[in-house]
Design a protein around this ligand. Structure first.
Ligand code: FES
Length: 613
């Protein structure tokens, strides 16, 4: 029997496979849900996946079935075997279980003063007696509507005037002129009561969320979300940065994949809301610095090496048309500023949404994931850092790790006497694996029971039905193969324990150094932002000693704060300005070169505050 390692994305499941079995069989045996309507006979195409790496040859029948998709690396999972390490991207249509993506964010009151506005004008039709030009008539009406003097400089591109005479006649002189507040005309639309739409985009490493908003009222019309298609090219930002560095042609491809996907999500949102995609006049986008650079096709390779400097940290304004074809020709995309190589516009947006620049007591904002961003805010100062936590919080590098999706265990309680676990599975049913919040919950319970020692090992004194020696060392049994959806035992290995320990130590060390730099021992409030923070049980996080200087009662989950920040910058110019000020005012602490980082990190490894066994 020979083995190959397969990485199924976007689930993040790594499995050692037997070359004899198809990708579909390997997926089924390992809790990766792939549609298989014909039961694996190669007849339905529902198991179509995109493959990178050496796999069994494409037979004629399969090639005929796939058509041009075969050239793009698509294969039928039921007809394909991995011959060595391969990456398998399971497209949305082929996924059995949809990922759980956090879209809701912290709601707060804000001004409604968007950058884009619509002027409903009554423009006189052509008068043979008068010689004034069409654009003069429009500008005169604009001046009147905006109640500004005739010396105000409107910018009315001549392309917008094409066919306007006809539009005016059709609508009896009534037109809607869409402009920016700085006077740039974006579109002239016949009639009044036209749709004027905006898009807020939270571009995450793993997921993308778009919010469609009515810019005339500030009302949210639709929200759409999906997995970032770049996951198939690299699981985390470091691998995508490395890809761009080693293969410069990939930067454009990565950027285009995400442009296309954002366009698709926006089109779906418009369709759902029953509004025209062409009437999206402005998009505000936030993302971490690597995502920001790749989106803008800026070389991200400098982010991966000291001094980790972004190409630019300012906000950026670009034309939308090349990125989201089919949107209004003069539409624009505004990208919020970033702070540092690993503290991006998403953190700036979260600080904005959570009013961290206006706190009255020491407050921590935590956005935990492969990279954890932490902001410590006091009335006097904001200080931020980023911690390389690794993929454990997203189920990566964990034997039975899964991202948050139906079938993943997300909460565990363990009987202190018998060590029998009780599992909560997303969506109910049998467990397929465990996600990050489930992992923290489980380890916290095992620490409480004494099965896991404060220094991070399994205590062999608990050897029994649930704590046993497996093929690769000690492991804790969560569910036997008869009770899982994979037909295999669901276990937590001691390697899994180490991965979680390193991840939590990175966060603990980051918070410790921020507190020490600011000279304060503890905080009064902790706001957990982002998907992982939303599902994380604060008690469990404290149970593994992840947050120093924090009392569990003071921890609150705040949902997708980055998305909420993008929304507020979309509908409010004053909020957008504030985002600039936040990016400038917030100080950044570089941990990679911090003289006390190593020592603090080692101290942060313990699963309990005392740390002794
Ligand atoms: S399961 Fe139907 S083609 Fe593969």
């Amino acid at each position: 029997m020979s083995e190959a390692l397969i990485l199924f994305q976007p689930m993040g499941r790594r499995v050692a496979v037997d070359k004899k079995y198809s990708l579909l069989t390997m997926a089924e045996q390992n809790g990766v849900g792939i549609e298989a309507t014909c039961g694996g006979k190669g007849l339905c195409g529902s198991c179509k996946v995109q493959v990178q790496g050496k796999v069994s040859p494409l037979e004629k029948e399969e090639a005929d079935y796939l058509g041009p998709d075969a050239k793009k690396g698509y294969r039928l999972a039921c007809q394909t075997r991995a011959l060595e390490g391969v990456k398998v991207w399971v497209p949305e249509n082929s996924r059995l279980h949809k990922q759980v993506i956090l879209t809701t964010g912290y709601e707060h009151e804000m001004n409604f003063d968007p950058e884009i506005c619509v002027w409903e004008l009554s423009v006189p039709l052509k008068d043979t007696e008068k010689t004034d030009q069409l654009h003069e008539r429009i500008l005169e009406k604009l001046n009147k509507a905006a109640q500004i003097g005739s010396d105000f400089q409107w910018h009315l591109p001549s392309a917008l005037l094409q066919g306007v005479d006809e539009k005016l006649h059709k609508s009896d002189g009534r037109v809607s002129v869409v402009t920016t507040m700085s006077g740039r005309c974006l579109e002239i639309i016949p009639g009044w009561d036209t749709d004027c739409l905006g898009l807020a985009v939270d571009l995450g490493t793993t997921t993308i969320v778009v919010y469609l908003v009515d810019l005339k009222t500030g009302r949210s019309l639709s929200v759409k979300a999906g997995m970032n298609p770049q996951v198939s090219q690299g699981e985390d930002v470091i691998s995508r940065i490395a890809l761009c560095r080693d293969r410069p042609d990939r930067l454009k491809k990565l950027a285009e994949s995400v442009h296309q996907f954002i366009t698709e999500l926006a089109q779906q949102a418009c369709m759902e809301a029953g509004v025209p995609f062409r009437h999206i006049f402005e998009t505000v986008l936030v993302g971490n610095t690597a995502m920001h650079h790749i989106f803008l096709q800026l070389d991200p390779s400098g982010l991966a090496q000291a001094p980790y400097t972004p190409v630019t940290s300012d906000s950026v304004e670009i034309s939308a048309l090349p990125i989201t074809p089919g949107s209004a020709p003069e539409a624009q995309i505004h990208v919020l500023p970033v702070k540092a190589g690993f503290v991006g516009a998403d953190t700036v947006a979260a600080v904005l949404a959570l009013d961290a620049d206006q706190v009255t007591e020491p407050t921590l904002i935590l956005d935990l994931g492969t990279n954890g961003e932490i902001v410590l805010a006091t009335p006097e100062r904001m200080l931020c850092c980023s911690c390389a936590a690794g993929p454990a919080f997203e189920g990566g590098h964990i034997k039975w790790g899964l991202r948050g999706a139906p079938g993943a265990v997300d909460q565990v309680s363990v009987s202190a006497d018998s060590l029998v676990p009780e599992l909560r599975v997303i969506g109910g049913g049998s467990a397929l694996g465990i996600c990050g919040s489930g992992l923290v919950s489980l380890v916290s319970e095992l620490v409480k029971a004494g099965v896991v020692t404060p220094s991070g090992g399994f205590d062999p004194a608990w050897r029994g039905k649930h704590l046993r020696e497996g093929a690769n060392g000690w492991e804790y049994l969560l569910a036997t193969k008869e009770n899982t959806g994979t037909g295999q035992d669901l276990v937590l290995t001691h390697q899994d324990l180490s991965h979680l320990q390193l991840a939590k130590a990175a966060i603990h060390a980051g918070i410790s150094l921020l507190l020490s730099e600011m000279g304060i021992p503890s905080v009064e409030k902790v706001l957990l932002a982002g998907a992982f923070g939303n599902y994380l049980d604060p008690g469990a996080a404290c149970g593994i000693n992840m947050f120093p200087g924090v009392v569990v009662e003071n921890i609150t989950s705040v949902g997708n704060a980055a998305g909420a920040g993008a929304l507020s910058a979309l509908i409010s110019r004053s909020q957008r300005k504030r985002a600039q000020t936040i990016a400038r005012r917030m100080d950044y602490l570089e941990l990679a070169t911090h003289p006390k980082f190593n020592e603090t990190f080692v101290m942060s490894m313990a699963f309990s505050e005392r740390g002794d066994d």
